[in-house]
Write a protein that binds this ligand. Structure first.
Ligand SMILES: *Cc1c(COP(=O)(O)O)cnc(C)c1O
Length: 384
């Protein structure tokens, strides 16, 4: 069987991969080098300088392209460096319509870095794709979508947003960090660019900071490769190797994240001390139908609020957890708990934050792949 027609659970392992040319190494060696010997000026074996290209990074980039059903993958030093490269496609005067409830660092990059250069950002709820059209004008160039949203777990219909983007000739970029290509593949749904913080589920072991972009269109890929090389925020060879290693078990890990996520969401929803649980797998979640068609499962990210909704209760619970670690980040094998208002979303002004539901009492869980009974027992002792 040709490697071209592999199913997802094989692509994570084989997609774009070949034994190394030198000795047949099954995993690509970590080419820890900045430069490559030339026989005559310009006479090289495909690599000249590791900002422009590195064989370990190239192996990761091929894997990324394969698992997202794209053609070109680009690996960056962080998720934000990958986003930075996308916004650098734009010019002063251009406008972007973005999801309002998004990763705090993404908001900070847009507002505090790129607005200075004359790019304008509109932040809106995108659960109703029609609402996007009201913000589109002749300067609009890009729609930025994050789904499921962080930390409110709203689900945005990528196909519907893509129809709006196509109608107005706009680029559509989707931050696929939370879902991963195991759960949803935005390029198949009409997006032009997929972005990842590979720091999270793709790497999966909380041991790297890496970003990724995947596209299908060659001209768009060329522009992004130019920016990647010209700005220089590339992923190093060691981190490329670790990300590639993480991707090989993505499908197995995601299956367990989904299983444990479901059990914990259901446990929390029945708990007498819990007011509200945000998880797209519930039938009464406002975007459940979209989630069901767009995603293969509902993932391991859950947010909740305790009865009484007090800031102090939220802090007490996250401090009392023992198996869950109180930490920033998500998507690793270990379960993490966070308090968005004071941690991941502290860079968003309070009124802006609360408009999208990120209240002081909100707790966010990244459910790991431990024994779910231990996770539930830990939540029980912390909440009760
Ligand atoms: C973490 C994260 C980012 C930023 O990625 P870094 O790798 O931390 O730079 C962007 N989007 C989402 C959804 C994230 O969770």
């Amino acid at each position: 069987m040709s490697k071209k027609s592999l199913r997802f659970n094989s692509k994570t392992i084989h997609g774009g991969q070949m034994p190394d040319a030198a000795y047949g190494a099954v995993m690509p060696p970590i080419y820890q080098t900045s430069t490559y010997a030339q026989s005559t000026p310009g006479g090289h074996k495909g690599y000249e300088y590791s900002r422009s290209g590195n064989p370990t990074r190239a192996a990761l980039e091929a894997s990324l392209a394969s698992i997202e059903n794209g053609k070109y993958g680009l690996a960056f030093a962080s998720g934000l460096a990958a986003m930075d490269a996308v916004i650098k496609l734009l010019n002063p005067g251009d406008e972007v319509v973005s999801t309002n409830d998004l990763y705090g660092g993404s908001y900070r990059l847009f507002k505090q870095i790129f607005e200075k250069y004359g790019i304008k950002f509109h932040f809106i709820g995108m659960q109703d794709a029609a609402a996007i059209e009201a913000k589109i004008n002749t300067n609009t160039k890009l729609i930025w979508v994050e789904t499921p949203t962080n930390p409110m777990m709203n689900v945005i219909d990528v196909k519907a947003v893509s129809a709006v983007a196509k109608k107005h000739g706009l680029l559509l970029a989707v931050d696929n960090t939370f879902a991963t290509p195991y759960l949803q593949r935005p390029l198949d749904l009409g997006a032009d660019i997929v972005m990842h913080s590979a720091t999270k589920y793709l790497g999966g072991h909380s041991d790297i900071v890496v970003g990724a972009l995947v596209v299908k269109d060659e001209a768009l890929a060329d522009k992004l490769f130019f920016i990647q090389n010209a700005s220089g925020a590339v992923c190093g060879p060691m981190d490329s190797f670790l990300t590639l290693r993480g991707i090989k078990t993505l499908h197995v890990r995601m299956e367990r994240h989904c299983e444990n996520g479901k059990a914990i969401a259901e446990y929390l929803q029945k708990h007498p001390k819990i007011e509200k649980v945000y998880w797209p797998g519930f039938e009464d979640h406002p975007n459940h139908d979209v989630a069901k068609t767009q995603m293969k499962g509902f993932g391991g990210m859950i947010s909740f609020i305790t009865k009484g909704s007090s800031y102090e209760d939220a802090i007490r619970i996250v401090e009392k957890l023992e198996v869950f670690t109180l930490a920033e980040s998500l998507g690793g094998v270990e379960s993490l708990a966070g308090h968005p208002a004071s941690m991941t979303h502290a860079s968003i002004p309070k009124e802006e934050r609360e408009k999208s539901g990120v209240v002081d009492a909100l707790i966010r869980l990244s459910v790991g792949i431990e024994d779910v009974n231990d996770l539930i027992a830990d939540l029980e002792q912390a909440i009760s």
